[in-house]
Write a protein that binds this ligand. Structure first.
Ligand code: RNT
Ligand code: ZN
Length: 411
């Protein structure tokens, strides 16, 4: 890019009191937690033959999904090379890399050693998720809230072991890892007893969380409904908002887990007042919890604005959560992560003081006029400059196509 183009854009922003260099420096500090499961359609390596369960679904049959930890890591490195900045990788328990025949209630940190080595080599952080689905013991639709003590105990043990693995990640990498608990438990049709499963879930979580760890944080993720669990979800929003608040945990907000017109952007300021921190699962719902690839849409921008305007970045872990098997999976990662970074950069390029002051003066005319005119500021030029200074190609698609021809198409 012509450096004059950047200079011109920089001056435009300077005129309204925005320092583009400061905005770029702030963006560089933000690590996005990139979910490994986009790379292989949430299959994992522990029992890849078992079908995806838990009321989530991946649709599409685009060729080239990763089949081994090595393939998945190579694909992730390709994606990371096309994304500016330093980031984190979000693993699920089913992504254990081991030759041992090991079940979820037997997992140990050593089953993830290769992931830690990979993270160290590439300057990445790691996060973790216990996998409460795609397993015979989740077949009747209940895990931590199961009324069957054997089943519940199995999942409690899995939850405990997952926290230990997250702590190991945090310790090894010097970056606290987040262990996020999401369970699919719920009913397709209207239950008579909505209370007992929630009581059992609370008691099970108390057990899972009783150990204290230094190098990890705990998050809990709510959901409105799942496929085949349309009428009732044990871990609802109210349940986890209350549980996280009471127990000083991170609350995970997945943008696809609420009513279609209910936005998580408006929830951030509220829950930030009462929880230890926030974990985001940035996703894109289309009619239902469909986990489409994140794009730079209005709600993504609102989320970024809330984090930046309210100075919540320090207490918010930004993770992605989508899975689309109908397009190139590496492109999916690149598009979703770059969109999230773009939204953050755009929020960082806002003259916040000016806008806040006009609001406090009740000058809503200025507030509206300025937010509208900002929309056509040369934000794209700043983004391209950032990509260029981090040696990240602006036009990355040819690289993905080339990788597809040389590598993915041979799988
Ligand atoms: C499911 C939740 C959960 C999963 C991942 C795979 O609705 O969003 O976060 O997507 O754990
Ligand atoms: Zn999620």
């Amino acid at each position: 890019m012509d450096i004059n183009q950047y200079k011109f854009a920089q001056e435009e922003y300077a005129k309204i009191g925005v320092d583009t260099e400061l905005a770029i420096a702030a963006l560089k500090e933000i690590r996005i937690s990139i979910h490994c499961w986009q790379g292989d359609d949430v299959r994992g390596f522990l029992h890849p033959e078992s079908d995806l369960s838990g009321g989530i679904q991946v649709t599409g049959n685009y060729p080239g999904a990763a089949r081994t930890p090595e393939e998945l890591r190579a694909d992730m490195l390709k994606a990371l090379s096309l994304i500016p900045g330093k980031h984190r990788i979000n693993l699920h328990a089913i992504y254990a890399d081991t030759d041992e025949k090991v079940d979820l209630d037997q997992l140990e940190p050593r089953h993830f050693e290769s992931w830690v080595a990979f993270a160290k080599e590439n300057g990445l952080g790691l996060d973790f998720n216990p996998t409460f689905f795609s397993h015979p013991k989740a077949d009747d639709g209940f895990t931590l809230s199961s009324a069957d003590k054997n089943i519940q105990d199995f999942w409690i043990e899995h939850g405990k072991r997952s926290r230990k693995i997250a702590d190991y990640f945090g310790k090894e990498l010097g970056l606290k890892a987040i262990n996020n608990i999401w369970i699919p438990d719920g009913f397709k049709d209207r239950p008579i007893d909505r209370l007992s499963p929630r009581k059992r879930l609370a008691a099970a979580l108390d057990e899972v969380l009783c150990e204290k760890y230094e190098h990890m944080e705990d998050a809990v993720e709510s959901k409105l409904f799942g496929i085949g669990k349309e009428s009732y979800t044990v871990g609802s929003s109210e349940f986890y908002t209350a549980y996280a608040t009471k127990n000083n945990l991170f609350l995970c907000l997945d943008s696809g887990h609420f009513h279609p017109t209910e936005m998580i952007s408006d929830k951030l300021s509220a829950v930030s007042l009462f929880t230890k921190g926030i974990l985001l699962h940035v996703s894109r719902p289309v009619r239902w919890d469909s986990d489409h690839v994140v794009t730079l849409d209005d709600e993504l921008q609102e989320i970024a604005n809330e984090l930046v305007y309210n100075k919540l970045l320090d207490r918010t872990a930004i993770g992605l959560d989508f899975f689309d098997a109908s397009i190139n999976r590496i492109a999916a990662w690149v598009i979703g992560t770059r969109a999230t970074l773009k939204a953050l950069l755009r929020a960082l390029l806002v003259p916040i003081d000016t806008l806040q002051q006009s609001e406090y003066r009740q000058d809503y005319t200025t507030r509206l006029a300025l937010t509208e005119s900002l929309k056509t500021y040369p934000f794209g030029t700043i983004w391209n400059h950032y990509c260029q200074t981090t040696n990240t190609p602006k036009d990355w698609l040819p690289e993905v196509k080339d990788y597809e021809n040389k590598i993915l198409s041979k799988r």
